[in-house]
Ligand binder design. Structure first.
Ligand SMILES: CC(C)(COP(=O)(O)OP(=O)(O)OC[C@H]1O[C@@H](n2cnc3c(N)ncnc32)[C@H](O)[C@@H]1OP(=O)(O)O)[C@@H](O)C(=O)NCCC(=O)NCCS
Length: 156
C-alpha cells in the first residue's frame, strides 16, 4: 500500500459534508472531463444503484467519486472521479481508484469494473491504463471505454 493510499478513505455523503462536496471544482480546463458533483448527486435520485463517495486524505476532503451498476449489461462502472486542483498530482487519484475497486469487490462482489474517459484526457487515460484498465474499443457518449478484471491484491 502506498503512503497516499494509507491516507485515503472513501466516505458517504451526509448532511455534514454535502455542501462541501457540492463546492468542489476542477480547473476550468478540466471541466469538460467531469460533470459537476451536483449533477452526479442528482443522478443518484433516479439511479438507485449509484453510490457517490467523498474522497478524504486524512480528515481533508480532496475529491469525489461515484460508482454504479449499468442495469442493461450488469457491469459495474466507476462513473466519476475528481480530485481538487490543489491536491492533484499527489497520488490521491490513483489511491482513490485502488480503494474504490477494493470496495466494489467487497461490497458488490464485482469481478470486473468499467470506466471511460475523454480521449483527450491524457492524465486519466494514463492513470487508468497504468492501473490495468484495457480499452475495449467501445465509445460511450464520445468517451473511450476501459475495463479491468478485479482480483484480490497481494497484501490485503
Ligand atoms: C484525473 C485525476 C482524478 C487524477 O487525480 P490525481 O490525484 O491528480 O492523480 P495522481 O496524483 O494519482 O496521478 C496519477 C497519474 O497521473 C499523472 N498526473 C497527475 N497529474 C498530472 C498532470 N497535471 N500532468 C501530467 N500527468 C499528471 C501522475 O504523474 C500519475 O502518473 P504516475 O503515477 O505514472 O506518475 C485528476 O487529475 C482530476 O480530477 N482531473 C479532472 C477531472 C477528471 O479528468 N476526472 C477523470 C474523468 S475520466
Amino acid at each position: 500500500m502506498s503512503s497516499a493510499e494509507s491516507r485515503i478513505s472513501l466516505r458517504e455523503i451526509t448532511r455534514d459534508n454535502i455542501y462541501e462536496v457540492l463546492r468542489l471544482r476542477v480547473t476550468d480546463d478540466q471541466r469538460v472531463f467531469v460533470a459537476d458533483n451536483a449533477v452526479s448527486l442528482a443522478e443518484t435520485w433516479v439511479e438507485p444503484s449509484f453510490r457517490p463517495l467523498a474522497i478524504y486524505a486524512g480528515e481533508e476532503l480532496v475529491g469525489f467519486t461515484m460508482y454504479g451498476l449499468e442495469e442493461a449489461t450488469g457491469r459495474w462502472w466507476i462513473i466519476r472521479l475528481m480530485i481538487v486542483p490543489e491536491h492533484q498530482g499527489r497520488g490521491y487519484g490513483r489511491a482513490a481508484m485502488n480503494v474504490l475497486t477494493q470496495v466494489m469487490m467487497e461490497r458488490e462482489a464485482a469481478s470486473e469494473v468499467v470506466t471511460s474517459c475523454d480521449p483527450a484526457n491524457v492524465v486519466a487515460r494514463h492513470l487508468y491504463s497504468s492501473l490495468g484498465f484495457h480499452e475495449t474499443g467501445e465509445i460511450d457518449d464520445g468517451e473511450v471505454v476501459m475495463v479491468r478484471t478485479l482480483a484480490p491484491r497481494e497484501g490485503w
